[in-house]
Design a binder for this molecule. Structure first.
Ligand code: PLP
Length: 366
């Protein structure tokens, strides 16, 4: 077996994985067509519906990381020539733009400075002007710590016949994600953030409206592997073999979802908020400042300015890892070298973790 060190994961993901989720990975592998695995698949879908707060029939874990989930939405829901309105206020909006273009969409971007969010009234005005087929924003921008409000967009998108899509990779399981109430037609996440499961699956959900568009496409879906009419037949329909599902990863997701629902969604969101407030108060008492917009900042991803007196921030992160087994994240893109991204995700959103982080920082920051 490989030799693997113990790490305290407080970067932008993966997050700490509870023992029982790791134990689920080690359960006996059974066949992906075994009726007992089908039962587990059904249970996963039901639990995912609860976590996404949706009744969408087409709710399943895509085999692949979050990026595969993004491509599953784009490849299935964007038809060549579709007008796509995509927000860019960090790394992940940029990637969505690229994926929508590759799916044949004609992309128009809304842009906001990194760390800022989009005013919903301005998004609605842009929708009314452009009448897009697809509108897509990132709910929790992991590159900047910004939390995008989503609750007032659905009606505007739908009155022009479009679909509202959401990246909730970092928010699902740590913040309210109300798919049905907000009128979101397609969303994708990843297992390695607030679901506290290893990376490898991308929970995806599609509304009836999105399924109607998919079922009436004029062109075939470009990707065979991600074609939801084929994947959906394996997960929800006639159970036709499509690909060999990563059986043990699905056990792990099953256990991670069980833990989330046992805790209760609202309790879990409150725990993320408490851990964030505690970390923020510990850090600001020590003179650190936050780089994210205080009105719209994520609890699970703390964007902290690197103190100006530190010349080599990478050396600090290296010492945290080597001497304290603690991982925090660097800034991405425009924020590289300027900020740290400190994650308090899922099982890692606890007071004990906050204290471990500040103790380690105290030891290595001069
Ligand atoms: N979207 C957001 C907001 C993310 O934070 C990430 C990963 O960090 C992704 C998409 C891509 O997910 P993955 O790295 O699992 O492919």
């Amino acid at each position: 077996m490989p030799s693997v060190p113990q790490r305290y994961l407080h970067g932008p993901g993966p997050s700490p994985v509870p023992e029982s989720v790791l134990a689920a990975l080690a359960l006996p592998c059974i066949g992906h067509m075994d009726p007992q695995f089908m039962r587990i698949m059904n249970e996963i879908r039901e639990m995912l519906q609860q976590v996404f707060q949706t009744e969408n029939e087409m709710t399943l874990p895509c085999s692949g990381t979050g990026s595969a989930g993004a491509e599953m939405l784009m490849d299935n829901l964007v038809e060549p020539g579709d007008i796509c309105l995509i927000g860019i206020n960090g790394v992940f909006g940029q990637r969505l733009t690229e994926k929508a273009r590759r799916a044949g969409g004609t992309v128009h971007n809304l842009t906001a400075p990194w760390g800022q969010v989009f005013d919903q009234d301005e998004v609605v005005a842009a929708i009314d002007e452009l009448k897009p087929n697809i509108v897509m924003l990132v709910h929790a921008e992991t590159s900047t710590g910004a939390l995008q409000p989503f609750d007032r967009l659905g009606d505007a998108v739908h009155r022009h016949g479009g679909l509202l899509l959401m990246d909730c990779v970092t928010s699902l399981g740590g913040l309210r994600v109300k798919i049905d109430q907000w009128g979101v037609d397609g969303a994708y996440s990843g297992t390695q953030k607030c679901l506290s499961c290893p990376p490898g699956l991308a929970p995806v959900t599609l509304s009836e409206r999105a399924m109607h568009k998919l079922n009436h496409r004029k062109t075939t879906v470009n990707s065979w592997y991600l074609d939801l009419r084929l994947v959906g037949n394996y997960w929800t329909g006639i159970r036709a073999y499509h690909h060999t599902a990563p059986v043990n990863m699905n056990y792990a997701l099953h256990e991670a979802l069980r833990i989330i629902l046992d805790e209760g969604l609202e309790n879990r969101f409150a725990r993320h908020q408490q851990a964030h407030e505690s970390l923020k108060s510990e850090l600001t008492n020590r003179g650190y400042t936050y780089a994210s917009d205080p009105q719209n900042s994520l609890p699970m991803l703390n964007l902290v300015n690197v103190p100006t007196e530190i010349e080599d921030e990478a050396a600090i992160r290296r010492r945290l890892l080597e001497e304290h087994h603690l991982e925090i994240g660097s800034g991405l893109g425009d924020l590289a070298g300027k900020c740290w991204r400190i994650g308090l995700m899922g099982h890692g959103a606890r007071e004990e973790c906050v204290q471990r982080i500040v103790t380690a920082l105290d030891a290595v920051v001069p």
